[in-house]
Write a protein that binds this ligand. Structure first.
Ligand SMILES: [Zn+2]
Ligand SMILES: [Zn+2]
Length: 258
């Protein structure tokens, strides 16, 4: 088909890369793709019209205002070890596995730290949505973004000598994983939950019930919750969940994490 040839032509690819359009295009695919999945297999009723306009404005502020500040701070404080050549000689798949394992282990403990009284305020914004759907998961205050990124930057040393597309691919994967774990999708797969976080697994973490306050903290691999005593079996949660932080915090304080 001609239009497919045109879409995949070198000119179009060059235009997309030259104008930094990959991330916006992926976002449009997420917007329609994940929303369609949610409409096909919804876990709960979500007032999309009421939420989406506000969330799209917020995510724009987040991406164009907060993320650049957080990432420039990370450039200064991140530890990026120089690993011996023997690590770089390992097969790419093995290095990729090490990257995810180390980064996700660090994320688990930083997440756990953010659920302690002393730093809870920098994580509150993430827990403020009262409806779980894919756009509910982007909220991270600048300090949260800074510290959560640190293990990922540390672990990226395993991928230093990787093909040029690796960084972008991982960035897209991390966004999709975040969409997935917050998505309003009914999904039941016990074997998959032995490996990775699913929507119903992470939704328990967003529950406003006190007994779920420290439940299911993992971001990607569920093994951390099982190992470190924060696992709650989604099958054991019989009541429908409600979400949010259960208190009124001025929006600016929430967004700034102060
Ligand atoms: Zn949390
Ligand atoms: Zn979340």
């Amino acid at each position: 088909m001609e239009w497919v040839d045109w879409l995949l032509s070198q000119d179009i690819r060059k235009f997309v890369v030259d104008h930094n359009l990959i991330i916006p295009l992926v976002f449009i695919v997420r917007l329609f793709g994940v929303t369609a999945l949610e409409l096909l297999r919804p876990a709960r009723k979500v007032p999309y019209r009421k939420l989406m306009g506000k969330d799209l404005i917020l995510i724009s502020i987040y991406w164009f205002g907060m993320v650049p500040i957080a990432e420039s701070m990370d450039q200064v404080i991140a530890i990026r070890p120089h690993l011996p050549q023997v690590v770089h000689d390992m097969p790419l798949l093995l290095r990729l596995f090490c990257y995810f394992l180390i980064a996700d282990f660090g994320h688990y403990w930083i997440h756990r730290l953010m659920h302690t009284a002393i730093v809870w305020r920098i994580h509150k914004w993430h827990h403020s949505p009262t409806h779980m759907y894919w756009l509910a998961g982007f909220r991270a205050t600048i300090p949260e973004h800074v510290i959560v990124n640190l293990p990922y930057l540390f672990a990226y040393s395993f991928l230093d000598l990787s093909p040029s597309w690796m960084e972008l691919t991982i960035g897209i994967f991390n966004n999709l994983q975040n969409d997935w774990m917050h998505a309003n999708i009914t999904w039941r797969s016990d074997w998959l939950e032995w490996l990775i976080v699913t929507p119903r697994y992470h939704h328990i973490h967003h529950s406003d019930k006190p007994e779920h306050y420290l439940a299911n903290l993992a971001a990607l691999f569920t093994i951390w919750d099982r190992l470190f005593g924060t696992y709650v079996d989604p099958d054991s949660v019989k009541d429908d969940l409600s979400f949010g932080i259960g208190e009124e915090v001025p929006p600016l304080r929430l967004v700034l994490g102060v």
